[in-house]
Design a protein around this ligand. Structure first.
Ligand code: AVJ
Ligand code: FE
Length: 413
């Protein structure tokens, strides 16, 4: 096998070891259960990544026949909403494992023989293999969100995250002017990151780091959740309807102290870590409280120029690091934690870049374009380094909190 093929096989293997490792500590019942109406049964995610792999690395690449036609319904994310999936005839824990292992075996045989023809867009630079490995890692992050929602503690070993350090300055100045947004050259970039195009932004300040639990606590304690003037109309409506009072998983301990539930353990709120499990409406209200605003995704991407993957990624810490823990990952402008720790809500809707074309299928990006979804950037502590890059775009509804999302603020000069 050539170097590229070996790297692709390694990427697939790395994703698989991660998926299996995440589910290893769980009983069959826990893998089949519906832990939240927002999430799939864990074993559905596992078999779904195998089905996606069959679709792209066997059926698309090698024109094979469907292994089990029923899977085209059961494991299609568009055919059944998440809360219905436990009621489908899904594979059990052992069956799912042997099924996806069988698919993987055939995939490696095909990879061995296929010509990665640069004239075929799906195969150029091994794109479709990168797409499938990224997809599995994205579902691993989804599974980590499900595990956090489980009623019983998730047995795991968290490698302690590095401590923070005092930041040199609270915000950095990003000079206005054109920059190149998106990419034409990242081999595994999704269609929504393309094409590269020039965008002009005015001078702005952006926070050096994401808003911390300590900073967010000041908003909670100042009555931010009871001050409609800090919220958008839709945000205030949602705050009332969902009875939001603090980030998800926080609980007051009396006397002004708070704890947070993390994978079933109750810990003191770590004040120096980025806040997570806040929805877009909460982020937007906090920014108003701070006299600032959320950055646009163009501003975010410009500020992130040169940020490196010296960052809290890959999930081994099971939570964010202290703010300031990764000075080496700073962007060209001195913005830290742009990659890793928490996804960062931006003010932008998820829309197509000028010149966008769907590739290779419209259900990855195109069907989600519009004003229903807000863009998140940067990846979280649970995001694989294979996925985290400064051009990567994530999106979700502005009410969602189960994802590992926080934010940083910006302001005009
Ligand atoms: C990009 C995270 C919004 O989980 O819905 C997984 C990724 N796409 N399978 C999602 C995805 C197809 C997607 N997000
Ligand atoms: Fe998927």
């Amino acid at each position: 096998m050539g170097d590229l093929k070996q790297a692709l096989a390694d990427a697939l293997d790395g994703a698989r070891q991660r998926s299996l490792g995440l589910l290893d500590p769980l009983s069959e019942e826990e893998q089949l259960a519906q832990h939240s109406p927002l999430m799939s049964p864990l074993v559905w995610d596992l078999a779904h990544v195998g089905h996606y792999e069959e679709l792209w690395l066997l059926r698309a690449v090698a024109r094979t026949q469907p292994i089990d036609p029923a899977h085209d319904d059961i494991y299609d994310a568009f055919k059944h909403v998440r809360k219905e999936r436990a009621g489908l005839a899904i594979l059990g824990a052992a069956e799912a494992r042997s099924h996806i292992a069988m698919v993987r075996g055939r995939v490696l045989d095909v990879l061995d023989k296929v010509e990665l023809d640069p004239a075929v867009p799906l195969l150029n630079d091994g794109f479709v293999y990168g797409m499938v490995a990224q997809h599995e890692h994205q579902h691993d992050e989804t599974m980590l969100a499900t595990l956090q929602l489980m009623a019983s503690p998730y047995p795991h070993v968290a490698v302690p995250a590095p401590a923070g350090r005092p930041l040199p300055e609270v915000e950095v100045l990003i000079p206005g002017g054109p920059f190149v947004m998106g990419t034409d050259t990242e081999p595994f970039a999704y269609d929504n990151e393309r094409p590269a195009h020039t965008v002009d932004v005015a001078d702005f300040y952006i926070d050096t780091a994401p808003v911390t639990n300590g900073q967010y606590l000041a908003f909670v304690e100042a009555g931010g959740y009871d001050e409609p003037r800090l919220w958008s109309d839709a945000g205030w409506g949602h705050r009332l309807e969902a009875d939001l009072e603090a980030p998800q998983f926080w609980s007051p301990q009396g006397g002004g102290s708070w704890s947070v539930k993390r994978y079933g353990q109750q810990i003191d709120l770590p004040l120096d870590e980025p806040v997570q499990h806040v929805c877009w409406y909460e982020a937007d209200a906090y920014a108003r409280f701070a006299g600032k605003r959320l950055p646009t995704e163009a501003e975010w991407e410009k500020a992130a120029t040169g940020a490196s993957a010296a960052a809290n990624l890959g999930g081994r810490h099971f939570g964010p690091s202290g703010v300031g823990a990764y000075p080496d990952g700073a962007s060209r402008y001195g913005a830290e934690h742009m990659l890793g720790d928490v996804w960062e809500w931006t003010s932008s809707d998820f829309t197509a870049y000028p010149g966008f074309t769907t590739f290779p299928y419209k259900e990855y990006s195109e069907v989600f374009y519009g004003s229903d979804y807000k863009v998140l950037r940067g990846g979280s502590w649970a995001t694989s380094p294979l996925v985290a890059r400064t051009t990567f775009r994530n999106w979700d509804y502005p009410i969602r909190r189960q994802i590992f999302a926080g934010f940083r603020c910006a302001r005009d000069v």
